[in-house]
Unconditional design. Structure first.
Length: 192
């Protein structure tokens, strides 16, 4: 379908709380295709609709975008240990159970080039709707749980850098504002 523009923090769209999807219709399914296209084009493993300035509770995850599991038994085992079985859509996700703690070095397509450690729940159970509007429940752990929590934060108007100290946030914010200013100053090719 289309690769959409990913908003860079501190873009106001990233602070907006997403609205629940009341009807899983063709527009939502088109959004899902665009989210996957955008995530893959940006070499990410997760993307929330708020990152492309669409304020609905929709996110996509693919921990194996290069399909390494098909060729590498170790990757396949690790993904299976987290209960990841393939690309996933979560509409109106909610965590209904969680346990344990894990610290993961997270990055974000909305904060390019920046990673830092964030503490999350190690095991979660999530209830959501799939792309057909059917409810399902999923238990996951490790990176899978981290990725879902990270993307759910986006749906709640929160970016991972908000877990960091004010000093780190301020430094990152200046970098992102310079990055955005540089993108806006790109010369436009003249039409001939």
């Amino acid at each position: 379908m289309a690769v959409r523009k990913i908003r860079i923090w501190p873009d106001p769209a990233l602070s907006e709380k997403a609205k629940p999807v009341t009807d899983v219709n063709d527009d939502i399914r088109a959004l899902i295709v665009d989210l996957f296209d955008t995530m893959y084009a940006s070499k990410g493993i997760g993307l929330a609709s708020t990152q492309v300035a669409v304020p609905y509770r929709v996110l996509v995850i693919d921990l194996d975008p290069k399909q390494q599991a098909a060729r590498d038994a170790e990757v396949r085992e690790e993904l299976a240990s987290w209960n990841f079985t393939g690309p996933l859509v979560l509409i109106n996700p909610e965590i209904i159970k969680s346990s344990g703690e894990i610290v993961w070095d997270e990055g974000c397509l909305s904060v390019p080039g920046i990673t830092d450690e964030v503490k999350r729940k190690e095991n979660i159970t999530v209830r959501a709707l799939d792309r057909r509007g059917n409810e399902f429940t999923l238990e996951c752990s490790g990176l899978f749980a981290v990725a879902i929590q990270h993307e759910m934060d986006h749906l709640n108007g929160k970016v991972f850098v908000e877990y960091l100290s004010k000093l780190k946030r301020d430094v990152i914010k200046r970098k992102m504002l310079r990055l955005k200013a540089g993108e806006e100053q790109q010369p436009v090719a003249e039409a001939r």
